[in-house]
Design a protein around this ligand. Structure first.
Ligand SMILES: Cc1cc2nc3c(=O)[nH]c(=O)nc-3n(C[C@H](O)[C@H](O)[C@H](O)COP(=O)(O)OP(=O)(O)OC[C@H]3O[C@@H](n4cnc5c(N)ncnc54)[C@H](O)[C@@H]3O)c2cc1C
Length: 465
């Protein structure tokens, strides 16, 4: 029976005062009954605008229809026809700007909770079903994939399903890219990421960890080794800095280093794990995106008494997802808005504070947002023990600098033909953050899938020559 409630079925969450002291997942997911109740909010409208909002074209009304019938395995099978990482995407996709942003129920009330339902079917499958062995007719051609983030995982999975002999080369000792080293455990549990990665590996994808393409091996070496095509999904892992005095003091972290120490090296479990993070009582996080929210909420969980997000525009312009801002406020993160650090202050090489200037909003800039303008004479000093800089990331230049045939734009992103994802180097394709700059998981996955299709078409064409 249709559920005409204007609001999504509530999803339970850990209490803010408990969860800001632990790394367990914040949102607890739907029960079967709750999922069916939420699925019944979908009116299966004629034009299904939600589908057009999904970068990987999941058949959304169809999978929701299967949930209504209580056939969760069928729902899972429909979702995974287009998206091999549904437990991940159900948790971290910005659905409000994509599928849910186009849902007709959102015209009057809240959209259908498509992300929550996607998460539900993925979690249900992991808890209740056995993966079926997929029979794939093997081809002889080898394809190399650089990196193992969402762009690479989806490219590798699709190529393996076409039958290619696929090897992923990953610089780190763990697969998953930002899914493993960036997004914190309390938003995206790592055992779950590993399970979805395992499903890609079960398709026969091979892995070489601790190999940096551009350093340990060049792209040319891969072709000499017999690989017929290469996909680059090397992400955007180079942190931006503020370029203010004192940024090199002890106690200043890039968000990248901070989150990697905590997530990948499990600093929250020190001394059981050997990578500590030194944090004092007062932490300033600079920036206003999802990465800043993740760093701030992580610092709070590690025991910081006060965590301040310092952002140069106002609350309205904060680029982080509304849900993440809401969670951060509930967890007592403080927002110091219309502020910008101009100096990090220290004593004996250790951070002691920051000098901050107040800002006001002027005319819109090229991004369409009102430009923050410093207010003369408004500087003041804030005592802080740590500074975490989360003002953006760009593609790591290593691979690009050592591979001269790859052309990049003025932001250091690899240039591709947008239809085929082929780079300026023959038989080399790229996608994800390495091409777009820091973006989203689902866009990276969409690009990986698009590249897989082009690589397949190209190799089929070459084999007929
Ligand atoms: C803290 C944080 C929070 C985020 N939160 C969200 C969110 O909530 N929702 C969302 O949609 N997006 C979020 N994002 C963005 C999202 O994670 C990225 O857009 C996405 O991971 C990009 O995927 P990718 O495959 O292009 O690159 P990555 O995930 O960065 O993976 C690239 C991989 O390539 C490897 N690599 C790099 N260079 C080489 C080389 N030369 N040789 C071999 N391997 C190499 C890296 O080690 C890495 O494993 C977040 C990002 C961060 C940092």
């Amino acid at each position: 029976m249709a559920n005409m409630s204007l609001k999504k079925v509530k999803m339970d969450e850990q209490d803010p005062n408990l969860r800001n002291k632990n790394f367990l997942e914040v949102a607890l997911g739907y029960t079967l009954e709750e999922a069916i109740e939420e699925a019944n909010r979908c009116i299966e409208c004629k034009h299904s605008p939600c589908k057009n909002g999904c970068p990987v074209n999941i058949q959304i009304p169809e999978f929701i229809h299967a949930i209504k019938n209580g056939d969760i395995e069928e729902a899972y099978s429909i979702v995974t026809d287009d998206n091999g990482l549904p437990a991940i995407c159900g948790r971290v996709c910005p659905q409000e700007n994509q599928c849910e942003g186009r849902c007709v129920r959102a015209i009057k009330g809240e959209s259908v909770g498509i992300g929550r339902l996607e998460r539900f079917v993925a979690d249900w499958h992991m808890a209740n079903a056995k993966d079926k062995k997929v029979e794939i007719k093997k081809k002889t051609e080898k394809v190399a994939i650089v990196g193992s983030g969402p762009a690479s995982l989806s490219c590798a999975a699709d190529l393996a399903k076409y039958g290619y002999d696929v090897t992923m080369f990953e610089a780190l000792h763990e697969l998953g890219g930002v899914l493993m080293y960036g997004i914190p455990e309390f938003r995206l549990p790592k055992d779950l990421v590993q399970k979805e990665i395992n499903q890609v590996l079960n398709l026969g994808v091979k892995v070489e960890k601790n190999v940096i393409i551009g350093k340990s091996l060049d792209i040319e070496d891969l072709f000499e080794d017999g690989f017929k095509a290469v996909f680059i999904g090397s992400g955007a892992g180079l942190p931006r800095f503020m370029n203010v005095p004192g940024e090199d003091l002890n106690g200043v972290y890039s968000s990248n280093e901070f989150l990697t120490r905590v997530n990948l090296m499990k600093a929250y479990d020190f001394p059981n794990n050997h990578t500590p993070v030194r944090l004092g009582d007062i932490v300033a996080v600079i920036g206003g995106g999802n990465v800043a929210m993740d760093a701030a909420r992580t610092a709070k969980r590690l025991g910081a008494k006060e965590v301040h997000v310092i952002y140069r525009r106002s609350m309205e312009e904060l680029p982080a997802r509304q849900e993440e801002i809401h969670h951060a406020i509930e967890e007592e993160i403080q927002f110091d808005l219309l502020r910008n650090p101009v100096e990090v202050l220290g004593e004996d090489t250790i951070v002691k504070g920051i000098r901050v200037i107040k800002m006001e909003l002027g005319e819109p800039d090229e991004s369409g947002r009102r430009r923050p303008v410093p207010i003369k004479g408004s500087e003041y000093i804030m005592d802080v023990d740590n500074v975490i800089i989360a003002i953006g990331q760009t593609p790591n230049p290593l691979l690009i600098n050592t591979t001269k045939e790859l052309k990049t734009n003025n932001r250091g992103c690899i240039m591709v033909n947008e239809e085929t994802m082929e780079t300026t180097m023959k038989n080399v394709y790229a996608g994800g953050d390495a091409v777009t700059g820091a973006a989203t998981v689902i866009l990276a996955m969409g690009a990986g899938k698009q590249a897989a299709k082009s690589i397949h078409n190209k190799l089929v064409f070459d084999s007929r020559k």
